[in-house]
Ligand binder design. Structure first.
Ligand SMILES: Nc1nc2c(ncn2[C@@H]2O[C@H](COP(=O)(O)OP(=O)(O)OP(=O)(O)O)[C@@H](O)[C@H]2O)c(=O)[nH]1
Ligand SMILES: [Mg+2]
Length: 441
């Protein structure tokens, strides 16, 4: 992406009451003044001051932010025009005539990155904030934007650079009686432990950020749709006493214990000669395979609970056996399914919190239920894992007195770590990252 020309795009969603149009580039001030006219023109003396004027014949507010104190680090002018597609289009037309081109998706944030306003982790957090599906996800993304993860990665990078320098100094001055640091292997191990810790808490964080696909499965009439509606708090799916009510999969988003979830209610599993029901059941199996947690509904009031439990597909991902309709048989002793299990009533909501406890434990693999501090995306997690792989070899090489090899391993390690914040990164990858953004960000 070219970073030296002038770009513009609506920064707010079209359709709201006000459209914010952002202009960024070396000539943003002149372009702003060409398109917007007010009593006082935009200039260095009115930075960050909202001025009333007009864009074309329409009233519009304008604000000038002088570089480097702007979102992109370039000169930026933002116009607030009437909402609606027509007003935005006519303002954009004037801007194109005044010398701007339309910004590509994520291009403002890309410029912020190039101008050193944000590192790559913070830029990714900008996209995460927009797509946050829960308050916890938003909190995590905001922490990341504020630099919570960047500072941990920077510290690692500095520590590894220092260790590498320590190895190299032994190469440069092999015969000198220098005060060498003999704790290098311990320090490498400490870095490895820090990486492992980040990977672990970061994967819990990514659950919060990316959400979890939860599938409601089981025999017809077990109460899958009733549970879906109960979790959502409204009647999303049809519930009836006729087995085989749900045909197509029904998807809905919810938040359980601060974890964004995509719930999929499925057609009840049974042998069926009805071709439409068969198609629905095929979809159920596909959904189960694509999910991360399976709430396997079992009818506690049925005549043969052992057979009911035997029908659970134990290979389904993250199975929780959910004995439903316990309101009908409160005293009944139910068989152990061998899976995490809970007794509930979708009809009354009884024991839903216990189900959510189990869900949380399944999602966080039974370990940490406290809110994670950071969330790692796949890119950062892969780079951290690659960095971690170099550390045992670096340690062994150091112990063997092969300081050259140790330094080399640590250099590779540092390269991976540096890539996380974007210290060293391929342009293709940057394109990929920033194209995830919407236009105007
Ligand atoms: N007493 C009681 N009835 C329930 C409970 N959950 C569901 N039901 C009833 O069981 C019947 C079937 O419920 P659904 O939620 O439609 O069951 P389903 O698993 O979605 O069924 P299919 O869509 O046919 O696969 C309905 O009459 C519900 O009212 C419960 O916890 N207690
Ligand atoms: Mg149903």
């Amino acid at each position: 992406m070219n970073t030296s020309d002038n770009i513009a795009a609506p920064a707010s969603a079209i359709g709201g009451a006000v459209t914010v149009i952002r202009i960024s580039g070396p000539d943003a001030l002149n372009i702003g003044n060409r398109v917007w006219q007010g009593k006082t023109s935009l200039s260095d003396s009115v930075t960050r001051k909202m001025l009333l004027g007009k864009v074309g014949s329409d009233p519009a507010l304008a604000v000038y932010m002088k570089n480097p104190a702007s979102y992109t680090g370039d000169d930026v002018v933002e116009l607030q025009c009437h909402g609606g597609a027509a007003a935005a289009a006519s303002a954009m037309k004037l801007l194109f005539a005044a010398g701007c081109r339309l910004a590509e998706p994520g291009e403002f944030t890309y410029r912020a990155f190039v101008n050193g306003k944000l590192d790559l982790l913070q830029a990714e957090a900008v996209a995460d904030i927009i797509s946050s599906g829960s308050q916890a996800a938003l909190d995590l993304a905001e922490k990341q934007l504020a630099g919570s993860l960047s500072s941990k990665i920077e510290k690692l990078w500095d520590d590894i650079a220092a260790l590498r320098a320590e190895c190299e100094s032994r190469l440069d001055f092999p015969d000198e009686e220098l005060d060498f640091d003999n704790t290098v292997p311990e320090k490498i191990n400490a870095c490895a432990a820090a990486i492992k810790d980040l990977l672990e808490s970061g994967s819990a964080g990514s659950v919060i950020r990316d959400g979890v696909r939860v599938v409601l499965a089981g025999k017809p009439n077990a109460g899958k749709s009733s549970l879906l509606n109960r979790i959502l708090g409204f009647d999303r799916a049809i519930v009836s006493a006729i087995p085989g009510t749900t045909r197509d999969t029904v998807e809905s988003d919810a938040v359980i214990r601060n974890i964004p979830v995509r719930l999929t209610d499925t057609a009840g599993l049974r042998e069926s000669s009805d071709p439409v029901e068969q198609l629905g059941i095929e979809r159920s199996f596909r959904s189960i395979r694509a999910g991360e947690v399976t709430l396997w509904l079992l009818d506690a009031s049925c005549d043969d609970p052992v057979a009911e439990a035997a029908a659970i597909d134990r290979n389904a991902p993250g199975v929780i056996a959910v004995w439903n309709k316990c309101d009908l048989v409160p005293e009944k002793i139910l068989p152990d399914t061998g899976m995490p299990q809970v007794k509930i009533s979708a009809a009354t909501g009884e024991n839903l919190e216990q189900l959510f406890d189990l869900f949380e434990r399944t999602v966080f693999k039974g370990e940490r239920i406290t809110m994670p501090e950071v969330a790692l995306n796949a890119r950062s997690a892969a780079l951290l894992s690659q960095a971690l792989e170099t550390m045992p070899d670096a340690c062994t090489a150091f112990d063997d007195g092969d300081f050259e090899l140790a330094a080399m391993e640590l250099a590779v390690c540092g390269k991976h770590i540096g890539e996380i914040t974007g210290k060293n990164v391929e342009p293709d990858l940057l394109d990929k990252i920033f194209h995830r953004f919407c236009i105007g960000k």
